[in-house]
Write a protein that binds this ligand. Structure first.
Ligand code: ATR
Length: 282
């Protein structure tokens, strides 16, 4: 406080429960500072029972916020309570970015755009085969399936321990998306150009499975949405087996871009110092 850039200008939030481990304040704070813009972005913890009241205070202006990010467990309710959810968030049934415009609360979901932008930046040509294996069928998997489908992928194989969850996603996202049990992993990997881990396997403290990537296309790319550690056990194995890898940190950074632009009026850039800042905080 005491910094006039924070006192004046738009005020944005990230809300979730819990929220103290969120890296979003670091990301948006970096952009506000480097772009020299007035405004603030801070973590605002809201317990599940209080989220509807928080949204009301946002809509009637009493919260003082112009918009913000929403994370677990509020993404579904954020979508339902928005006045103008866009087509992306409607199909997902979840929103992670909110903003007020002419008195209406707008909502979108930027996770898929973050995923695509990260691969476009780190490994141009990643989409050339148009076939992918998505490992996992949780919340994070949805936005990614939507994004690769909208990118024009023709075969999207979703493999999940609980196959019913994969089937639900195949029903939701249409005929190019197919559901498989874990036992079918090697078979569906055959010739695929992209492998995406969306499960929590290999996240700090989680057990890591041994995966054989050899059935993939020779020039296939392996990516993971987990970014702590940066090189997850799944990525380390893929690299050892000779495949190019793309870590998940860039997805986190790029998904933040559209919200920042809405609230603060300038499109920020994901650059190397920002990446280094987040890595230093891990
Ligand atoms: P998120 O919203 O972050 O994607 P989630 O909804 O809890 O989180 O999903 C976690 C994903 O990791 C799921 O696909 C889960 O498989 P299930 O749907 O069968 O639960 C997967 N996952 C977690 N632990 C796993 C394990 N030990 N083996 C296989 N898959 C696992």
């Amino acid at each position: 406080m005491g910094d006039s850039r924070e006192t004046f200008g738009p005020k944005a939030f990230v809300t979730g429960f819990p929220i103290k481990h969120s890296r979003s304040p670091l990301i948006h704070g970096y952009w506000l500072k480097t772009l020299g813009l007035p405004g603030s972005y801070r973590a605002h913890e809201v317990a599940p029972g209080g989220f509807a009241d928080f949204i009301h205070s946002l809509k009637d202006g009493s919260s003082g916020f112009t918009g913000g990010n929403v994370t677990i467990p509020h993404k579904e309710l954020a979508f339902r309570l928005a006045d103008k959810p866009d087509a992306l968030s409607q199909e997902l049934g979840a929103a992670n970015t909110l903003w007020l415009e002419e008195g209406a609360l707008h909502a979108t979901n930027t996770d898929g755009r973050g995923f695509i932008a990260n691969l476009d930046e780190r490994h141009p040509g990643w989409d050339r085969h148009g076939t992918t294996v998505v490992f996992g069928a949780g919340g994070a998997s949805r936005a990614i399936i939507q994004a690769v489908r909208d990118r024009g992928f023709k075969e999207i194989h979703v493999v999940n321990r609980t196959v019913e969850r994969a089937r639900e996603l195949a029903d939701r996202f249409g005929p190019r998306v197919r559901a498989h049990p874990i036992g079918a992993l090697a078979e569906v990997m055959s010739g695929a150009g992209l492998f995406i881990n969306t499960t929590s396997l290999g996240m700090d403290g989680e057990p890591a499975p041994q995966l054989d990537f050899s059935p993939l296309a020779a020039d296939a790319v392996v990516t993971d949405i987990v970014y702590v550690p940066l090189k997850t056990p799944i990525l380390a194995q893929a690299e050892e087996q000779g495949f190019p890898i793309v870590d998940g940190l860039g997805m986190l950074l790029h998904q933040a871009v559209p919200g920042f632009e809405k609230w603060f009026g300038q499109r920020p850039v994901v650059d190397a110092p920002l990446r280094a800042l987040i890595i230093a905080d891990m």
